[in-house]
Design a protein around this ligand. Structure first.
Ligand code: PBG
Length: 340
């Protein structure tokens, strides 16, 4: 059947010339024109860390290029993000003191709340200001909630802490809160607390399908976490996909305005599934370990850093993410703008 000679390949249908998909790959302009998916700088959200009690930014060694900001350098980073056209900023606070209930997380003068006011004053509405709504940065045991007498994370007592935390973050100017602790009922509980406090306009970007992952490693350094053990009693098991649908249904019923899948690369199937089912914007979080992997390989000269970064982002967009949290947000926005 297959012609042995040179010449064109012959269609198996007989007289038609064979399809040649390579025609649409011939030049950069052609490839750009026929591209089905394109990540836009405004889709990108920069996660940033602000640490209390430092006068110079502190590099996060496992995330080359990422620092724990001072309040001052954070303001500058926010301006840089605006200039690059980045869509949003997700702030994480690193307090000087941690305790069992994470008191500094609900202190109106806590580092995160101060930083939210700073950034809001600096950039106003030029990007969307978001904050992490979780206790792990503030607890001395490093868990995402408060513990019961037996040392287990107490779901409902934690919800009360989240409600209070939500109020102080919204008061400080956060426009979007990211409940990331994976407590059952957190979205509904926080929504009710915000509404009761007159914060109807503050939206919730729910960490809907958040898996327990080895790739969170470098984040633990970034927030100076003291976690011993793991989060497997509240974060999802990598083996489960159906469970993500259940989490999605619950978060939507509880009033999530946007939903997220996290981590990114090992969970693209989950991202696709959530994107097909959700009727709200869908995001993905390219987490610390995903960042570290690419940076480490690039540093060794084993991969092309910028090409690898853009390929990961395109993969998320193709899988259905409209929003992408990435530590490369500013750099990627610059690359995307230059190549447009
Ligand atoms: C919880 C939270 C974590 C991350 C974002 N929010 C840590 C965790 O769940 O263990 C991880 C982000 C990253 O690894 O980049 N506050």
């Amino acid at each position: 059947m297959h012609p042995g000679g040179t010449g064109s390949p012959v269609s198996s249908h007989g007289s038609f010339p064979a399809a040649r998909p390579r025609r649409l790959r011939t030049t950069p302009a052609m490839r750009r024109m026929v591209a089905e998916h394109r990540t836009h700088p405004a889709d990108l959200i920069l996660p940033a860390f602000v640490r209390e009690g430092i006068s110079e930014p502190v590099p996060v060694s496992s995330m080359p290029g990422v620092v724990q900001h001072t309040r001052d350098t954070l303001r500058r980073a926010a301006v840089e993000a605006v200039e690059a056209g980045v869509g949003g900023l997700m702030l994480f606070g690193v307090p000087l003191e941690k305790d069992p209930v994470g008191s500094r997380g609900t202190d109106p003068d806590g580092i995160l709340q101060r930083a939210l006011r700073d950034v809001r004053a600096e950039v106003g509405d030029e990007l969307v200001l978001m904050s992490d709504l979780c206790l792990d940065e503030y607890t001395d045991h490093g868990h995402c909630g408060v513990l019961d007498a037996r040392g287990r994370v107490d779901n409902d007592a934690t919800l009360e802490r989240y409600a209070e935390m939500a109020r102080v973050q919204a008061d400080a100017g956060a426009q979007v809160l990211g409940p990331s602790g994976m407590m059952d009922g957190q979205v509904g509980h926080v929504r009710a607390a915000l509404d009761a406090a007159g914060h109807q306009d503050v939206s919730l970007f729910a960490y809907t399908a958040k898996y327990s992952s080895a790739f969170y490693g470098p984040f633990r350094e970034a927030v100076a976490s003291s976690l011993q053990g793991d989060r497997k009693t509240y974060q999802q098991d990598a083996a489960n996909a159906r469970e993500a649908r259940r989490e999605l249904a619950l978060d939507l019923a509880e009033g999530a305005d946007m939903v997220m899948v996290k981590p990114g690369l090992p969970y693209l199937d989950i991202l696709r599934d959530v994107a097909e089912r959700a009727d709200v914007p869908v995001g993905v979080y390219q987490i610390s370990g995903e960042y570290a992997m690419v940076e480490a390989a690039a540093e060794k000269g084993w991969i092309d850093r910028d090409a690898a970064i853009l390929e990961t982002l395109t993969g998320f967009t193709r899988a259905g993410a409209g929003l992408i949290l990435s530590y490369w947000a500013v750099h990627a926005a610059q690359l995307l703008t230059a190549r447009r």
